[in-house]
Write a protein of this length. Structure first.
Length: 255
């Protein structure tokens, strides 16, 4: 019964979201869109009974920020949107996902094919222009999702955008726990389909989304490679601390 109730709530919410991104959001200001998207995202994570644990604070009203962090699930995007307003950079495959692709597109997502250099250059230009106009953008430098038990190597090509805009990098770290232990329940990896992922999340309750705001990184006097390395380092440090607290077995020490 609970599963069916959630399914009905989700269907109604998705229909509402499609209506808003098609007819409502295009007419609103940047700030008004942010408020609407945050409200809708909070309703979505409530359907999945996703609990939020936020660590640290940032000025979510600040502009010209490039949010950057690790990536585990399609659910990451909406959990993050429930906390701050920003456009997102996502892999081009997401645009084809049922319903969610349309919702992401309508909510201001930039889609990129990382295998095409021209795509990266064009998206960098679009991001730079948006950030210079005072907007914030989020991206996942791993370029893909993980199971949450490790942080994958970062790709720094999109960091050029914040260098062009003269902005600041705001790192974040995210992960999930269930019953007090790190879990890959939300992980969107391997051959799992979107429908399978949705079904799995609908069946479970008590999943906790942990979001850590890490100290901002200044771009002044640094190369793109240096910024990428610094970003990966601070996120790996937080991952190590998280796993020491929540993993079933302790991870190896960082080298």
């Amino acid at each position: 019964m609970k599963y069916l109730q959630r399914g009905l709530q989700l269907a109604l919410l998705l229909a509402s979201g499609l209506f808003q991104v098609t007819f409502v959001l295009p007419r609103l200001s940047y700030q008004q869109r942010g408020a609407k998207i945050k409200q809708w995202s909070l309703k979505l994570i409530a359907v999945f009974d996703l609990q939020l644990e936020i660590h640290g604070q940032i000025n979510t009203q600040a502009g010209n920020l490039l949010y950057a962090g690790n990536h585990i699930s399609w659910l990451d995007i909406f959990a993050l949107k429930s906390q701050f307003h920003s456009g997102f950079v996502a892999k081009s495959e997401i645009a084809g996902w049922p319903l969610v692709g349309r919702l992401c597109q309508g909510a201001g997502t930039f889609f990129i094919n990382r295998q095409r250099i021209k795509d990266t250059k064009l998206v960098n230009e679009q991001i730079s222009a948006a950030m210079r106009a005072g907007e914030c953008i989020s991206f996942f430098p791993e370029g893909t999702t993980s199971n949450g038990r490790q942080v994958l190597p970062f790709k720094g090509s999109l960091i050029q955008a914040v260098m062009n805009s003269g902005g600041t990098i705001q790192p974040f770290y995210l992960n999930y726990t269930l019953n007090g232990k790190q879990t890959d329940l939300a992980a969107y990896i391997d051959d799992i389909s979107f429908e399978q992922s949705m079904h799995t999340l609908m069946k479970h309750s008590g999943l906790v989304f942990h979001l850590y705001y890490l100290p901002p990184i200044s771009i002044t006097g640094k190369t793109r490679a240096e910024l990428t390395g610094e970003l990966q380092h601070v996120i790996e440090q937080q991952h190590h601390a998280f796993m020491l607290q929540y993993a079933d077995t302790q991870p190896k020490q960082l080298g």
